[in-house]
Design a protein around this ligand. Structure first.
Ligand SMILES: C[S@@+](CC[C@H](N)C(=O)[O-])C[C@H]1O[C@@H](n2cnc3c(N)ncnc32)[C@H](O)[C@@H]1O
Length: 318
């Protein structure tokens, strides 16, 4: 059996995408390929954060379009880029061996790198946290400029697990301001998953930078997934406070220009956004680029009354 055939066998047997199948193949004991693949797949890491705008519920919709992941992307030769990584739902679904993740949220990026490089110390620190309101408020008020990277990561995961709805929101000074979530028994330290995440990140570079930096590295044949802060469906639906920067018309147009530049370079480019006239307009009429609608059951408001079938767009150049 050739490598290609073995990857296809893994992909079909376990009904997984070809990018993850390649990782499984490269890690598996070749003398016991399918049994060992099953073991590796069972240890697949999950996203370690709850993230607003997280793409976890949308992955099935993406798959149904047959555009995800791009069939002709070759993970044995090319790299995956996710420049607005957030909770990384797509990264954790694909688990490419060679990947470049980045985000403008500094503490988030520190957290990824601490999991990658110092998972034992992080686990030790996470085990010390308490799920009570007074303690939560004390941790929330810490000045992160004075903390070590381990303490920043530990605080970041702790707040994400215990705050209201796992939201991430900062005020205009960049200070985290989500209230205590009152969960009876939140899992603050999922030790096994953190170790699996740490292994999965070993060949991956994670940087604190603007998404435009992707232009410096991406080459023909690479796969880039853009999941920017969504363009607001209405004024009240606006949710752009992952960082203290805003991401509105001007920023969306700049992103479209970066998309087109990567398209011209021969990359596989995929972008998700809200299904609004503005987004449809700025991606229309570009040769080779198409807009596909997908259904999303998004829930970011507290009462849950905004839940339902909202459409979103998937813009691809393939
Ligand atoms: C919609 S979220 C991504 C969600 C992610 N795909 C997931 O599944 O969790 C958008 C992310 O973009 C980041 N961001 C905002 N402006 C950015 C910029 N100019 N460059 C890079 N990242 C940015 C935010 O910090 C946030 O994590």
């Amino acid at each position: 059996m050739t490598t290609k055939q073995a990857i296809q066998t893994i992909q079909r047997t376990f009904d997984i995408n070809h990018i993850f199948a390649y990782r499984v193949f490269s890690l598996a004991d070749k003398s016991n390929l399918l049994d060992d693949s099953a073991r590796i797949i069972a240890e697949k890491p999950k996203p370690f954060l709850k993230w607003v705008g997280g793409k976890r519920q949308l992955l099935e919709q993406f798959r149904l379009t047959k555009l995800y992941p791009p069939e002709f992307f070759d993970p044995t030769r090319n790299s995956y880029f996710e420049p607005f990584v957030g909770g990384g739902a797509v990264f954790f679904d694909l688990l490419p061996e060679r990947g470049y993740l980045s985000d403008l949220n500094r503490e988030l990026v520190i957290t990824y790198n601490v999991i990658k490089n110092n998972v034992d110390e992080l686990i030790r620190s996470l085990k010390e946290h308490k799920n009570d309101k007074e303690y939560f408020l004390k941790v929330r008020s810490q000045d992160t400029n004075k903390l070590s990277d381990i303490a920043i990561a530990s605080r970041f995961i702790y707040l994400n697990r215990t705050c209201f709805n796992g939201l991430y929101r900062v005020n205009s000074q960049g200070k985290f301001n989500v209230p205590f979530g009152k969960y009876s028994n939140p899992q603050i330290c999922d030790e096994q998953n953190l170790r699996n995440v740490s292994n999965a990140l070993s060949g991956v570079e994670i940087k604190h930078q603007d998404y435009k930096e992707v232009l410096k590295k991406a080459k023909k044949g690479d796969y880039i997934y853009f999941d920017p802060p969504y363009y607001p469906v209405s004024k009240t639906a606006s949710f752009t406070s992952y960082t203290s920067e805003s991401f509105l018309d001007k920023e969306q147009i700049e992103l479209r220009d970066v998309f087109v530049e990567l398209h011209n370079r021969g990359c596989f480019v995929m972008l998700s956004n809200s299904d609004t006239p503005f987004i449809n307009k700025i991606y229309s009429g570009i040769n080779g680029v198409r807009i596909t609608k997908v259904y999303a059951g998004r829930a970011i408001n507290s009462k849950g009354s905004g839940r339902g079938k909202i459409t979103e767009v998937l813009v691809t150049n393939y």
